[in-house]
Ligand binder design. Structure first.
Ligand code: ZN
Length: 273
């Protein structure tokens, strides 16, 4: 019975791979991100879970009186999102039509994220404590949106499902009755404790910088942003969303290397008004 289950799970996994389990989520843009990704859960399932998680987060913050308390900051962040959203079309034609949401939580945490399907959250501490300019906010937002465009969370969840299969637990997860509930559990856990890989971070930096440039935000802000991050990092606890990131100095070099590619997009966007 046990062997049969493992065989069934393996068959499922293999057929998932054969039926386009490996795919790419975005088109290249100017900066390029062509890596094939393992996907064993649908975007719809994950977007639904993300939306539920996001609703809970905003409801909890609202109950504590910590949601969108600074209307000037909220307006700023939403205006930047409004300029970046249409630019996502370059990487994914479907993205401008997502059910985007943009909110600000009043918190000292240095954090920001964009959950699958376009649910953006900024923590006021990031903007206030690092005294971020609009351009720097745009670079952070572009980076976080890029994670959603590339569906890095969906990929992580898929990898978690695949890893469990290899140790046999996956037999229970995949296609054996109780499957969908367990997959939801793995997905939700992975969404909360997202630790993106270095490759994911690299892709998000590249795509994010292009998004900011195309929205007419000066991509050179990527350099000043990460210099501020390094400074904040040296003062003790690293910012939340830095903890899994590549070393910041190599990141600054990488951004500098991308500037010749994205600066013309910025210049053209500015000229276009
Ligand atoms: Zn990231």
């Amino acid at each position: 019975m046990r062997i049969l289950r493992i065989v069934t799970a393996t068959t499922f996994l293999l057929s998932a791979l054969a039926l386009g389990g490996c795919q790419t989520t975005t088109s290249g843009g100017a900066v390029g991100a062509e890596r094939k990704q393992l996907m064993l859960i649908s975007s719809q399932e994950l977007d639904q879970m993300a939306a539920q998680g996001y609703n809970k987060l905003t409801a909890d913050a609202s109950a504590k009186g910590a949601l969108n308390t600074d209307s000037a900051m909220l307006q700023r962040v939403r205006a930047i999102a409004t300029r970046i959203k249409p630019q996502t079309r370059v990487f994914r034609p479907d993205a401008p039509g997502w059910k985007w949401e943009v909110n600000v939580i009043n918190s000292n945490e240095l954090n920001a994220f964009c959950m699958p399907g376009g649910k953006i959250m900024f923590y006021s501490g990031l903007i206030r404590q690092l005294n971020l300019s609009d351009e720097e906010i745009a670079v952070v937002m572009g980076h976080e949106i890029a994670h959603a465009l590339r569906e890095h969370s969906r990929e992580q969840v898929s990898q978690a499902i695949a890893a469990q299969t290899t140790i046999g637990i996956g037999a229970a997860l995949l296609g054996l009755g109780q499957g969908s509930a367990d997959i939801a559990g793995v997905a939700y856990k992975s969404l909360i404790a997202t630790r993106f890989s270095r490759t994911d971070e690299n892709e998000a930096d590249r795509i994010g910088l292009e998004l900011a440039a195309r929205a007419a935000y000066d991509p050179r802000a990527g350099v000043s942003l990460w210099q501020k991050m390094i400074k904040a990092n040296s003062g003790g606890r690293p910012p939340e969303f830095l903890s899994s990131h590549p070393t910041e100095s190599s990141r600054v070099q990488q951004i500098e290397a991308l500037l010749p590619t994205v600066m013309p997009l910025y210049t053209a966007a500015r000229r276009g008004g």
